[in-house]
Design a protein around this ligand. Structure first.
Ligand code: FMN
Length: 172
């Protein structure tokens, strides 16, 4: 079983999640490698795929969404899991599984490639690395509350999810 973990990351935290996932799959004896969407990997060369993107303004990064659309035929024929690296902080009373946190593209992806699951993971933000537009957006009062500085990635959650993928792939 050979799995590709494809990621789109603006500032590196989604790449880190993809690397944790690939590492955890390997721990379970599944051959896995994390590759950036920029390298345009061919999912047809793998038995299964995990695809994830950072989320900005409720959307996946364009290159990640286009990767899914461009490879839809091959992806629809394989087991695929999706993840989003998104929220940094939640409004009280909400959880990462709330449908309103789901990036806008996920409904379309469910229809075209039938993923086994889509999971939202907490992300990370280092204000010193933000580009000009993102820095300006973060200053807006509505955004400020929801975009605190820090690394909120939860390695245990990520590993548990990847472990579940490995168990599914190992089941004949
Ligand atoms: C300007 C800006 C807008 C963001 N918008 C969203 C959003 O709409 N939904 C969300 O869940 N996270 C949002 N985030 C959080 C990022 O998705 C999070 O920081 C993510 O881990 C970044 O991944 P990357 O380092 O791989 O680019 C936003 C972050 C910034 C700086």
């Amino acid at each position: 079983m050979n799995v590709i973990v494809v990621y789109a990351s603006r500032y590196g935290s989604t790449r880190g999640i993809a690397e944790f996932i690939a590492e955890e799959l390997r721990e379970h004896g599944v051959q896995a490698e994390a590759r950036s969407v920029d390298a345009n990997p061919n999912p047809g060369e793998y038995d299964a795929a995990v695809i994830g993107s950072a989320v900005y303004m409720e959307h996946w990064l364009k290159d990640a969404a286009e990767f899914v659309r461009r490879n839809r035929t091959v992806l629809a024929e394989r087991p695929v899991w999706l993840f989003s690296s998104g929220p940094l902080k939640l409004e009280p009373g909400t959880s990462p599984d709330d449908p309103e946190l789901e990036p806008k593209e996920i409904g379309e992806f469910r229809e075209i490639i039938h993923p086994r699951d889509h999971r939202v993971f907490f992300g990370a933000l280092d204000p010193g690395r933000l580009g000009f537009a993102h820095r300006a957006l973060r200053k807006l009062p509505a955004a400020r509350k929801l975009l605190p500085e820090g690394d909120f990635r939860n390695r245990d959650d990520i590993e548990a999810w990847a472990g579940g993928i490995a168990r599914t792939l190992e089941t004949p």
